[in-house]
Design a protein. Sequence first.
Length: 270
Amino acid sequence: MPFATLDGQSLHYTDQGTGPAVLLAGSYLWDQNMWAPQIAALSQQYRVIALDLWGHGQSGPLPHGTTSLDDIARQALALLDHLDIARVTLVGLSVGGMWGVRLALSAPQRLNGLVLMDSYVGVEPEPTRQYYFSLFKQIEDTGVIAPQLLDIVVPIFFRPGIDPQSALYQDFRASLAALPAERLRESIVPMGRITFGRDDLLARLPELDAATTLVMCGDQDKPRPPSEAREMAGLIGCECVLVPEAGHISNLENAGFVTEALLRFLAERN
């Protein structure tokens, strides 16, 4: 398993295929396995790198001094340097898009393209931010994501009509229930506060290259609704694609649609 030491901690990533590089940056509370359908398809033609956020999957704890999404973007650039990758197409879903925009703005020369999926770079609406922070406090105090919290958190990621007995739903719930207290307190909760306490980057979106940017969103995404995706695409001046029959983790709820859209976008960029 490949690891890179960044800011004193071990970051886990996968690296499959050959060709132009694609970096897959996923959602909070998910590891790089969330990209399995896309890795399988894209790695036939591209070099596909997918990373685990700090405290997620097999990555080590959040490094000391990591206090913002700009730090996460800087660490991702350090990973690209470690891999001797000069240019990459970055596909960021949820928090992956939030720090992905920061990478794009700070190092535009490193990107062939940028796909923002089920993401938003404005500030978190204040009632939502306060609600999430109250959940983080409960998790921090108890050292566990208790069943009653799982009943709240897990449905957020899926379209309303998903079968709660499906493997996708149940496997995600089980993964959250199994998180140890140390990991929750050292990495998961601080990463959540960084994510939902982010600053507003909407005013800088026109700096992105509209010709090499795509916004996508599940048509039933609850935490990051299509209205936010349309707002960002409008500011960038790029296309906005809604993923049918999909919630927040749109790349898994409608994997075929998303994979085809990414293959089309990559074919135009590379």
